[in-house]
Design a protein around this ligand. Structure first.
Ligand code: B12
Ligand code: SF4
Ligand code: SF4
Length: 226
């Protein structure tokens, strides 16, 4: 067994990609994850993008593929994981791994009324790009649990009253109704400007994605090439 991997080492290795570590956690008895060699996974470190910092790195190296962001994030983060002795999983790998649950065990993020996880500083302007799985505990993982969701003090909840097709229902998110509106390019123009409900949130407005990043994600979401 070598020197334990430090959380700071992982953050430093990932920094040149414009992505960031988003915390980590020790697995418990209910986690059934295994490493490729069959050992139990003892620690998960979550990686993601916050605001716009990843975007120029991706655009500069974008592969000519049907799902270029997934391909690029796998190609970028997979080798970093390997140098750390970690296995890598991607949010789009099937069967889907519970990234939103992992994210809530790793960092102070909470489910917002529109389903996306919200962070006190980043608001809704972040996403997950991978997780590093370790057979040993990583040292120096930041502690969490002192913060509360900004949604608890958001009296008006504008995210719930902005969607033109009322896609956020008590029964869940109506992805089909949303996609029809987005593809049509109708007002409000979610295809070009991004999800109007997400943009209505007052938290993290300094980190709102730029126009190119916003439209890329919306096109990918409704299956239109960027
Ligand atoms: C399939 C999928 C979709 C589908 C269906 C989503 C759905 N609501 O059913 C479609 C295509 C519609 C979709 C749309 C979008 N998605 Co999506 N999606 C996924 C994906 C790939 C798998 C979801 C899943 O089934 N996971 C498996 C289950 C077991 O994992 P889970 O962590 O338990 O997640 C579910 C539950 O935890 C539950 N949940 C969340 N918190 C809590 C808390 C408790 C206590 C409980 C009980 C449940 C619960 O919600 C989750 C989804 O059902 C995830 C990535 C991933 N691997 O999770 C992204 C993911 C959830 N999507 C994401 C995003 C950003 C979007 C979009 C905004 C797309 C865009 N334009 O960028 C839209 C809007 C969605 C919305 N408003 O809810 C992000 C969310 C980031 C964040 N800040 O939270 C994720 C994590 C991908 C990523 N790369 O970061 N998505
Ligand atoms: S608008 Fe308010 S309730 Fe909605 S996600 Fe933002 S902080 Fe939470
Ligand atoms: S993208 Fe537009 S139509 Fe879809 S949920 Fe957001 S506001 Fe509603």
């Amino acid at each position: 067994m070598g020197r334990p991997v430090g959380y700071r080492d992982i953050s430093d290795a990932i920094a040149p990609t414009g992505m960031v570590t988003r915390g980590g956690f020790a697995t418990g008895p209910h986690d059934t994850l295994t490493m490729p060699d069959g050992q139990a996974v003892r620690c998960v470190v979550v990686v993601g993008n916050v605001g716009t910092t990843m975007w120029p790195h991706f655009r500069a190296e974008q592969p000519a593929e049907a799902h270029p962001l997934d391909t690029w994030t796998r190609a970028t983060l997979g080798p970093i994981a390997a140098t750390m002795g970690a296995a890598f999983v991607h949010p789009s790998d099937e069967p889907f791994q519970p990234f939103q649950r992992w994210a809530q065990r790793a960092d102070d993020v909470w489910q917002s009324p529109i389903g996306l996880l919200i962070h006190g500083e980043y608001g809704l302007w972040h996403a997950y790009r991978g997780a590093l799985l370790f057979s040993e505990m990583v040292t120096g993982i930041p502690t969490i649990g002192d913060a509360v969701s900004p949604c608890l003090s958001c009296a008006d909840q504008p995210c719930l009253s902005t969607c033109p097709v009322d896609a956020f229902t008590p029964g869940g998110y109506d992805a089909a109704a949303c996609a029809v509106h987005v593809r049509a390019g109708a007002d409000p123009d979610c295809l070009h400007d991004g999800c109007a409900a997400r943009r209505a949130c007052p938290v993290g407005v300094a980190l709102v994605y730029g126009a190119d990043q916003m439209e890329f994600h919306m096109r990918a979401f409704v299956g239109m090439r960027a």
